[in-house]
Design a protein around this ligand. Sequence first.
Ligand SMILES: Cc1ncc(C[n+]2csc(CCOP(=O)(O)OP(=O)(O)O)c2C)c(N)n1
Length: 261
Amino acid sequence: MKIKKLKEIAKDIRLRVIELLYRHKACHLGSCMSAIEILVSLYFGGIMRKKDKFLLSKGWAAAALYSILAKKKIIDWKELLEKYYEPDSKYWGLVHHTVPGIEHSFGSAGHGLPVAIGMALADKKRRIFVLLSDGEMDCGTTWEGALFAAHHKMDNLFVIVDYNKLQAFGRTNKVLNLKPLAKKWKDFNFDVYEIDGHSFSQILKAFKKAFSRKGRPHVIICHTIKGKGVSFAEDKLEWHYFNLDKKLYEKAKRDICRGIN
Ligand SMILES: Cc1ncc(C[n+]2csc(CCOP(=O)(O)OP(=O)(O)O)c2C)c(N)n1
C-alpha cells in the first residue's frame, strides 16, 4: 500500500480514537497517538501475514487498537462507538481477549513480552509482534524475556518499542534511565533497529530488513511523541490522564484534519 494511503488511514484512526475518548470521557490519549503509525503499518502496511499474531502489551492504548480492528471490519465500529469504556461492555479501556482480534488481555505492564515469547516458541513458523511502552521496560520481565528469546534464537519474535520518553509519573529517563537503549538490546544479542516511529517509510524498511535476518530475535525501537498529532497533547505527561472537553475535542479534530507537523 502506498504511503499516502497509509497516512490517510492514520488520520482516520486518530479521528476515531478522539471520538471514542471524547464520547466516553476516557483517558490515554497520549498513549494511543504515539502508536498510530506503528499499528497502521502492522495492519495495513503488509507486515503481518494471516497466521501472524500481534500483542498490545501497552494495553491501555486499547482505543487505538480497537479503532484499527473496526477499520478492518473485524469488530463493529458503531457498537464500539456506543459501548467503549462503558460498564458491562467488553470494550474495556484495556485490551481484552473477549474482543475479536485481541489475542490476549493486557494492561498490567510488563506482561506482553513473556506471552509473546511463549507464542513464538510454540510455533516457529508464525511471526509474533509485540508492542511495548518505554515505561514497561522498567519491569524485570522485559530483561528476563530478552535473555530467554536471544538464548533460543527466536528470529520469529519482533519486539516494537514505543519510545515516547514519557511514562505515568514523568520523563522516562528521570524515572528510571533506559539509555543507551539500543546498546542494551544489542548486548542482549537482539537484531536492533532504531527509527522514527511516525515515519511509514522507516517502519516498513526496518521490518523488511528484519524479515531477512535470521538467528536472532528483533527489536525495533521507534522514537515517537506522546500525543502525536494533537497540538495541546504532544509530549505532555498530563494527556496520559486527562479527558477531552467539547472545546478540546473540536481542537483535536481540527489538528488531526489539518496535520500540525
Ligand atoms: C504493573 C503496572 N503498574 C502500574 C500500571 C499503571 N500504569 C498505566 S500506564 C503506565 C505507564 C505509562 O507510560 P508508559 O509505560 O511509558 O506507556 P505510554 O503510554 O507512554 O506508551 C502505568 C505505570 C500498570 N498498568 N501496570
